[in-house]
Design a protein around this ligand. Structure first.
Ligand code: LLP
Length: 441
């Protein structure tokens, strides 16, 4: 089992996160509960930011990828740490603005931004929009004209890099709904088109090659391909990009099959990208571009755990043992979607060695509602507190009210102190938007 500095077992044999005893957290906040370790989040944001400062004269921007975990408090932390954020919907943008996040530090993505989302982004002064379709170039240009402004934009490029990750989260192979391919000339065509627009300032290019990627080589190849493209464009269009955004995608630890990267290791990914860009600029005689990355999972993933109470236990001899908890696919959808692997332990007996492999079942009415399979645990008993690791990313943000279960609250812990950053839902929340039309009465 992988334990970070702020995740440990205390003298009572209880799991501790950010100095808070998980048994006390459950006593105070109940289960299921998402818990995030503030120090871990800040350390990761700093690691990326400092790497740009130390290795690239600060000529880089870290955009926190909001989609992994979005609520007002995370934007407050990102703002304090001096990093930007990417948003992919009006809802994420609204949340950032509500948190007082500086709009010019936002980058707006998406393969099909709605006209109303584009107007909303421009009206609020979003710093950069990433163009992913001709229609978007037209809409942003028209909106900027209305406002009497020139809008900074990037174009999303599909460099055709195949990253080693789950097929569902690959985004930059040739068959992708995202971006303009370099190989078929469409990237060059859209660049010429955007350059012809009066109210758009083409700052450069963006790519994102996938998520939960460990191979440094994938990022290096993507950076090389983007630089080759920048050079080709300088030859053909006499346009030299000022900004390159390499997206996110750095992998995290879920089980001992995964590497434990750590702050230094994540800096290493960024150093490899920076090194590649410097080398290519030298080779091609290009100016060093402003570099951006958009890490998400690596910032909050390992910072999070989910705490549950064990309920029913069902053993099917010679087949498997189900340990059911008070959560499920409504708050932990990644097993159902991607067959993702997790590690867990019993937080109130965290010092006990595992002795069996179990499947952790949720409480939703479908057989596929599992949180994880083949999880090593000591013998679980009803009433135990189960802690599942690395749930900070793509859990709360992908949660739903399926089966009209509550989306669990989120607490942020620091130096043993825990505060809600997302409050619990109530029954009233569940029916808030329900209407019975008169004809049904
Ligand atoms: N930038 C862009 C344009 C992205 O599409 C993504 C993630 C990121 C940055 C952040 O990537 P990260 O550093 O978190 O890997 N729901 C899936 C993952 C979907 C990834 C979507 N894009 C999961 O739970 O594994």
């Amino acid at each position: 089992m992988h334990f970070r500095d702020t995740l440990k077992i205390n003298g009572k044999g209880h799991l501790e996160i950010g100095g808070a005893d998980c048994v006390d957290l459950v006593w105070e906040f109940g289960t299921p509960l998402y818990v995030l370790d503030e120090a871990h989040i800040r350390n990761m944001m700093r690691a990326y930011r400092n790497t740009f400062l130390e290795e690239y004269n600060g000529n880089g921007t870290v955009y926190y990828a909001s989609k992994v975990f979005c609520c007002k408090a995370i934007y407050a932390i990102a703002a304090q740490e001096g990093i930007g954020a990417d948003v992919v919907s009006a809802g994420e943008l609204y949340t950032a603005l509500q948190a007082g996040f500086p709009a010019e530090q936002l980058c707006f993505h998406g393969n099909n931004k709605l006209p109303r989302e584009i107007s909303y982004a421009l009206a609020n002064g979003v710093g950069t929009l990433v163009i992913d379709a001709y229609r978007e170039a037209d809409l942003i240009d028209a909106e900027a004209e209305k406002l009497g402004r020139v809008q900074n934009v990037l174009i999303r490029i599909n460099p055709g890099v195949e990253a080693h990750t789950h097929a569902y989260v690959q985004t930059a192979t040739t068959d992708s709904k995202f971006g303009f391919s370099v190989s078929d000339g469409s990237a060059e065509k859209i660049a010429a088109y955007v350059l012809s627009k009066k109210n758009l300032r083409l700052k450069g290019f963006h790519c994102h090659i996938g998520s939960q990627i460990f191979e440094k080589e994938s990022f290096v190849i993507a950076a090389e391909k983007l630089m080759d493209f920048v050079f080709a464009l300088k030859q053909s269009l006499k346009y030299e990009a000022e900004t390159l955004n390499l997206g996110g995608g750095f992998g995290i630890w879920y089980t001992d099959d995964d590497a434990k990267i750590g702050c230094e290791g994540y800096s290493g990914y960024l150093r490899a990208i920076i090194g590649t860009v410097k080398r290519k600029c030298c080779e091609y005689g290009l100016r060093l571009p402003h570099l951006c990355v958009e890490p998400g999972r690596s910032i909050v993933g390992e910072a999070g755990i989910t705490l549950y109470t064990v309920g029913a236990i069902k053993e099917i001899p010679a087949i498997r043992k189900y340990v059911a908890v008070d959560g499920g696919m409504f708050e932990s959808p990644r097993y159902a979607l991607y067959q993702s692997k997790y590690s867990a332990l019993i937080a109130n007996r965290a010092d006990e060695a595992p002795c069996e492999k179990v499947s952790i079942a949720g409480k939703c009415c479908e057989s596929g509602d599992l949180i994880g399979v083949n999880i090593n645990l000591p013998k679980a008993e009803t009433g135990d507190i189960l802690a599942v690791f690395s749930t900070g990313a793509y859990h709360y943000s992908m949660a739903s009210n399926y089966n009209r279960n509550f989306v669990p609250p989120v607490v942020l812990v620091k130096d043993g102190k825990a505060d809600y950053i997302v409050k619990p839902q109530t029954f009233e929340d569940l029916v808030r938007n329900d209407v019975i039309p008169d004809r049904l009465k």
